[in-house]
Ligand binder design. Sequence first.
Ligand SMILES: CC(C)(COP(=O)(O)OP(=O)(O)OC[C@H]1O[C@@H](n2cnc3c(N)ncnc32)[C@H](O)[C@@H]1OP(=O)(O)O)[C@@H](O)C(=O)NCCC(=O)NCCS
Length: 144
Amino acid sequence: MLVRGIKRDDLDQITEIEKTCFSLPWSRESYERELDNKLAYYQCAEENGVVMGYMGMWRILDECHITNVAVLPQYRKKGVATHLINKMIEICKCSEITQMTLEVRESNIPAINLYKKFGFLEHGKRPRYYQAPIEDAIIMWKRI
Ligand SMILES: CC(C)(COP(=O)(O)OP(=O)(O)OC[C@H]1O[C@@H](n2cnc3c(N)ncnc32)[C@H](O)[C@@H]1OP(=O)(O)O)[C@@H](O)C(=O)NCCC(=O)NCCS
């Protein structure tokens, strides 16, 4: 498995993964804008040209805000997200980022467990943060 920065050529696969994984997927245009965003970091996990999953974050001063993490259903529970998060933590350490944060649906046990495994801790909620379906977000933070 190769973990590397995303490229324009990956966007067809990434937008398909978005549609598979999220009820309100980001559009291809959103990802095209992200490729031009100097504060955005996107990595994907690829094998033989197949993008299995990806992860993104925005740098805001000395913090990193995780925007999305997604792995195609057939590649889940094989450590793909673990590889992606390890790579992002490595990038944060090299960029003098001191904290990472994210929001997650309170019912999303796989994602919450994933983040807890990396030492993210719950620090409050954003009521009704998500649409389709409406749901609270748990806010999580990790010190680097
Ligand atoms: C959450 C998600 C990214 C995990 O990806 P993954 O590649 O399957 O994760 P990994 O195999 O690296 O698992 C790492 C840890 O996550 C947790 N985890 C993953 N899947 C889980 C599940 N189905 N149930 C409970 N915990 C789970 C476990 O703690 C696991 O560690 P372990 O293998 O030592 O038990 C994946 O399920 C996904 O794409 N979900 C849909 C999109 C999504 O919800 N993204 C997060 C938005 S905030």
